[in-house]
Design a protein around this ligand. Sequence first.
Ligand code: ZN
Length: 501
Amino acid sequence: MSKVLYRTYRPKTFQEVSGQEHVVRTVLNQYASGSIAHAYLFTGPRGVGKTTTARLIAKLVNCFSPKKNEPCNACDACVSIASGQALDVYEIDAASHTGVDTVRETVIDSVRFAPNVLKKKVYIIDEVHMLSTSAFNALLKTLEEPPEHVLFVLATTEIHKVPETIISRCQRFDFKRISADELVERMKGIVKEEGVRVDETVLREIARHSGGCARDAESLLGQVLALGEKEIGMTEASLVLPATQTVLVEVFVRSLKDHAAAQAMTQFNTYLEEGIDLRQFVSDTISWLRDRLLETVGGKTNEFSIAFLQTAIEELLATQQMRANEQLPQLPVELAIIKICGVDFHKQGVDSSRKGKSEEIIVTVAPPCLPAGRGFSLGEAIDEPPNPPTVFDTVPIISLEDVKNKWPEVYEQIKSCNASLPMLMQSCEVCGVEGEHVELGFEYGLYVETINQEKNRRLIEGVFEQVLGQRLRVKAIQKKSKHSEDEMVGELLQEFGGSVV
Ligand SMILES: [Zn+2]
């Protein structure tokens, strides 16, 4: 449904190409001095403008009335190339099965013949590293003695797979990831064209998620614009943008602070099972802790003690240096959890000489829901737990009434960490609780879909965990609306000629 911005706003001139000035300037200088190469090799990450630039070169060398080193975008040559109809411009995706055969048979054979209409035949071969050895050999012969009327542009994301013999016959350009500033500038141009106001914070967030890839940025922007609003801020955009891990990190850190080792361990392992990247999670947690440390030192908050923040940062940093066991990559973090939870920050502050000694370890028994094979032995520490057992010692069952009583608190918490979800949650009703499963009823299917999206579901589960002290599974369901029930009653009454008493 979302508009394909990447195609609509593909740069039509070299001026519009973002972030690849070094390539553009060299190519245009060559063009101006009549020394365009016969073969270019573009390498770099996906979605940064390699094929776009290749098409621009195809236009430039064939344009009937170029203006100031730019294709006119109006002549027959420019128009036919832009629409993909030009007989003399061949675009081949070597990653497809047909690509390999096309290169070997069609390209190499047709190279000898003069162009049909245009000045030059242009062969754009994308993902060229995928070619077979025989196809590379055939291509190499052509590159060694290229006919005057032919121009090759090869593009690849994996230059190390391209034979040295091919690379040495081409003029090579390395395309860079596009900087966040450049992506934001580009997106500003697009939203202006679309007549929509989008907050710069939203554009920055999109740029951050795109990792320097224009195609990803424009695809995300397309989804944001598809919301159909005329003004889009973070509130609206957060429904579409990928979840940040901030909420998960926060929930995890609070468990550490509460010395709830078992709980932190379960959270951490659940996140992993749900596909979170371990290294990313650890570094996100460290940077979140650092932010709190700066705030605490600066006197802005006293929610966490400096001793806790310092210990947690040190222990997590240490896990990044540890050589992880291949079968159990999560082990260093699990050990860090035990160490962090074992320090009594109120009694001793940070005493690194005693930190981590077994007699200090205050941990609760591993929860029954800890995944099999990921359990850990606490040795003697289990025999005499110095702390009262956590809620995990009992079977995690909670009543519908408990959940309903705590609902206002849950709602307030959700409001504090997400701006858009509360709009949907307002109409929500806690329908049922069974074991660890909580059913939330909504009137509209769209709401159900949104709440059941992993990032939203996780956020709500995280809040439930904070408020109720145990991990619950949340599922949104569609409840029968009052309205339709009334209608049904009305219909029945009509049918049987009765009335409501
Ligand atoms: Zn033209």
